[in-house]
Design a protein around this ligand. Structure first.
Ligand code: 1CP
Length: 387
């Protein structure tokens, strides 16, 4: 006879928590490592979970080998390839969550904008939006049709993961997507999208509304397809003034979150460069706030209490340093956050493409080992380490 001790019961309960309520037709493998999901909900964990923004990407020679054979959009649109590169950092680096390989710009592409990848520049929209006429041409998104390839990649990746770690789906925020759609590519000044909000705010709002509808439908479809958490990237939040951030970005993010909100699926909001009004971000409905590296995670925790979990926030450039420096900087972040659950270790932005994979592995292994002592108090009731 098998003795059911309290540990086994707790484990069973936490697995059930994330497997019940799934849509019919989605096969759910039991999660062997749910540290990330528990930390999103501030439930006790045995150690701090870690994943890395842009972990499926160019810093990995294995990614570059696939990329050499296929162009970027083909990789996004071929579920087998998207699955292969999504799984690479799980197998090679050992992170605690997978993020589906795709891009925030698949939404504008699916709305009808021509998308090109230019070597040395990055993604380009050769026909950016400059008028109401251009806006009218954007089609209403049906993600189950127009972005079916992402849903298929999610299903295939879940099979490949077979419950090893949770899978994250993501979208750009309406503001960040609008910036690319109007600028046509990455920008240093954002003069064209700023020109739009100051000269034709009505058109800007009409576009943001359309994009917010698309992002809501997309994130809902990803959840339906089986992702375990979603992240909204507002990479260009920090170029707006405080009032403009509220009017042109945060308002739309709130709307998206309230419309996709499903109790068990954590929502992470990463709004870069927004140091002010953390309380407003915490009141957006997100379960987790992603912090860039310019903030002190301990001070943010003090200010917000246990309203949200926090994700971050090592300066990505620390990964250029020697191994001991990487460890000492990572330790500072663990110390600043302090004891208890509610911290998901990550960088303060995406991993640069020229970082050596060994440096990331050093960081991940260090966090796995070092963070245990920050969770002893939560786990002192005779619980064994589970992961
Ligand atoms: O040439 C190549 O191989 C393409 C490089 C690349 C990769 C690997 C791009 C082009 N996108 C991606 C994947 C990607 N993009 C992921 C995959 C999942 C992961 O491992 O994290 C994610 C989450 C993104 C999100 C994304 N794309 C953001 C938000 C996150 C961030 O870094 O701020 C943004 C701003 C983009 C736009 C984009 N796509 C690609 C590039 C080079 C850029 C930046 C363009 C610019 O502003 O200059």
């Amino acid at each position: 006879m098998i003795a059911v001790d309290s540990y086994a019961l707790l484990l069973l309960l936490s697995i059930l928590k994330y497997t019940i309520g799934k849509p019919k037709g989605v096969t759910v493998a039991k999660l062997q490592n749910d540290l990330f999901l528990r930390a999103c909900k501030r439930l006790p964990v045995e150690r701090t979970p870690i994943w890395i923004m842009r972990q499926a990407g160019r810093y990995l020679p294995e990614y570059r080998a696939v990329r050499q054979r296929y162009d970027f959009l083909t990789m996004c649109k071929t579920p087998e390839l998207a699955t292969e590169v999504t799984l690479q950092p799980i197998d090679l680096i050992g992170v605690d969550a997978a993020i589906i390989f795709s891009d925030i710009l698949v939404i504008p592409e699916a709305m009808g904008m021509q998308f090109e990848m230019h070597e040395g520049i990055g993604p380009v929209f050769p026909h950016p939006i400059r008028s109401g006429n251009d806006a009218d041409k954007l089609k209403k998104l049906d993600p189950t049709v127009d972005l079916k390839y992402v849903m298929d990649a999610v299903a295939l990746t879940k099979k490949g993961l077979s419950g090893r770690v949770p899978l994250i789906g993501f979208s750009g925020s309406p503001w960040t997507l609008l910036s690319y759609m109007v600028e046509g590519q990455g920008s240093k000044t954002f003069s064209k999208v700023k020109f739009l909000i100051y000269n034709d705010p009505k058109l800007a709002h009409r576009l943001l509304d359309k994009i917010a509808d698309a992002a809501t439908a997309y994130l809902s479809a990803l959840i339906e397809a089986g992702v375990n958490a979603v992240q909204i990237f507002d990479t260009w939040a920090g170029i707006l003034s405080q009032d403009d951030f509220e009017e042109f970005s945060l308002g739309y993010i709130r709307k998206i979150i309230s419309r996709i909100k499903k109790k068990e699926i954590p929502v992470i909001l990463f709004a870069k460069g927004v140091h002010y009004q953390l309380n407003r971000l915490a009141g957006s409905g997100a379960d987790v706030l992603g912090l860039d590296w310019t903030m002190n995670i301990g001070e943010v925790r003090k200010e917000l209490g246990d309203k949200v979990s926090l994700q971050g926030n090592l300066d990505p450039a620390v990964l250029y340093a020697g191994h001991e420096k990487i460890k000492s900087e990572a330790k500072k972040i663990l110390q600043a956050f302090g004891k208890g659950s509610g911290h998901i270790f990550n960088l303060g932005h995406g991993i640069p493409p020229d970082v050596r994979p060994e440096s990331l592995k050093i960081l991940v292994d260090f966090i796995k080992e070092e963070s245990v002592s920050y969770h002893m108090d939560d786990n002192q009731h005779g619980e064994k380490s589970r992961v």
